[in-house]
Ligand binder design. Structure first.
Ligand code: SAH
Length: 355
């Protein structure tokens, strides 16, 4: 069986090139055609010898996932399109393209399903199928770029799955996404959102190559509530999040974002906002407040979104304490394209807009 070319790192393709053509630098040329030029036909790669092109054709597959379905929603802030993509083995994932004019963000999935079982999240309620390969992560950008004809300016890992539970593949995809010669999206325009796998996040933040933006889904100010909402809290409680956040010295560009899904009557009291203010400093974090998105289907999720008034008051309390706050409406709600609503074909994210 042929190998998907999208699954290969630059190094891996260099090894292949060195073996087959004797020219390691062919790898860069091929990857430039693919990722920067959107050319997937090896025969069109005119700066590469015909012999090597033949070898590439014989061993590498350049098929991209098929778009099974897309749904579009327009609002005051722009356009959201949710794509359902079919992977080689028949599994499906969703990606959401949010076109806000200059800023064109793609929300990508990192796994088919998720192991984390946050009780308010549709993806989590469907369980875990498998990790995506780096090629399948990258392919989401390629398919959407080819379909819309737009240049994606920002990427958020807020689709299906827990990116830090599949970080090897996410990292491999990021190397190509952020390489100026290939897809070329600057690391400061890439956000990785985690439910809080703190040992891994600490490791990454401590690494010398820490350059992406990170977001932590907190969603509660007490361990007892967070234990209920997010089972991961039993292993990595709120203290472990604070410890990592306080140890990280962010620049203006890479403050950690604390995500907080507002659920009516559960975590949307003014006391909860005060709890957040006590816990964090405006110098180190900013907040992303996401009103809860109702699942489209009848899952066992018995929560409601907070009223707009409550959400605005909650956000304002944080703003008054000096924090930068984004309050996200569920922009793609009509298409179940909001946070936590993404699923496989049989499974579904919701979006947002700054108020
Ligand atoms: N696993 C990662 C990324 C995927 S979830 C994480 O947990 O961060 C992306 C964001 O959507 C998270 O902040 C999550 O808390 C939020 N989310 C999940 N379900 C939601 C729902 N039903 N309504 C609103 N936001 C939700």
């Amino acid at each position: 069986m042929k190998m998907s070319i999208f699954d290969l790192s630059l190094k891996e393709l260099e090894n292949f090139s060195a073996r087959c053509s004797g020219k390691k630098f062919n790898a860069r040329q091929v990857m430039k055609w693919i990722y920067s030029g959107s050319i997937y036909d090896f025969n069109k790669m005119t700066d590469i010898s015909k012999t090597f092109r033949k070898k590439l054709i014989a061993s590498m597959d350049t098929t991209l996932p098929e778009i099974l379905n897309s749904s579009l929603e327009r609002d005051n802030n722009g356009l959201s399109i949710k794509y359902l993509l079919r992977l080689k083995d028949g599994e499906t994932v969703e990606s959401v393209f949010m076109d806000h004019g200059k800023r064109k963000t793609l929300c990508v999935s990192s796994q088919v399903g998720c192991k984390m079982q946050c009780i308010f999240c549709t993806t989590g309620n469907f369980g875990f199928k498998r990790n995506l390969t780096s090629g399948e992560i990258l392919a989401q950008l390629l398919v959407v770029k080819n379909k819309t004809g737009d240049k994606i300016s920002n990427v958020v890992f807020m689709g299906m799955g827990e990116p830090l539970d599949n970080f090897e593949e996410v990292k491999k995809a990021l190397d190509i996404i952020s390489d100026a010669n290939f897809i070329g999206i600057a690391p400061r325009r890439i956000t990785i959102s985690t439910c809080g796998i703190m040992n891994r996040l600490s490791e990454i933040l401590n690494g010398s190559k820490y350059k992406y933006k990170f977001a932590i889904s907190l969603n509660a100010v007490t361990n007892s509530l967070r234990d209920q909402l997010m089972p991961v809290n039993k292993k990595f409680p709120i203290e472990s999040i604070l410890e990592t956040v306080n140890r990280t010295k962010p620049s203006i560009h890479n403050k950690i974002t604390i995500e907080y899904v507002l659920i009516k009557g559960i975590n949307d009291h003014i006391e909860d906002a005060k709890g957040l203010i006590k816990m964090f400093s405006p110098r180190t974090v900013k907040f992303n407040i996401i009103p809860f998105n109702n699942p489209e289907m009848n899952l066992n999720i018995n929560y409601e979104r907070s009223d707009d008034k409550t959400a605005v008051e909650f956000g304002n309390k944080l703003v008054k304490a000096g924090f930068t706050v984004t309050l996200r409406h569920s922009r793609a709600q009509g298409i179940n394209g909001g946070c936590g609503q993404l699923k496989s074909k049989n499974m579904n994210i919701k979006n947002i807009t700054a108020v």
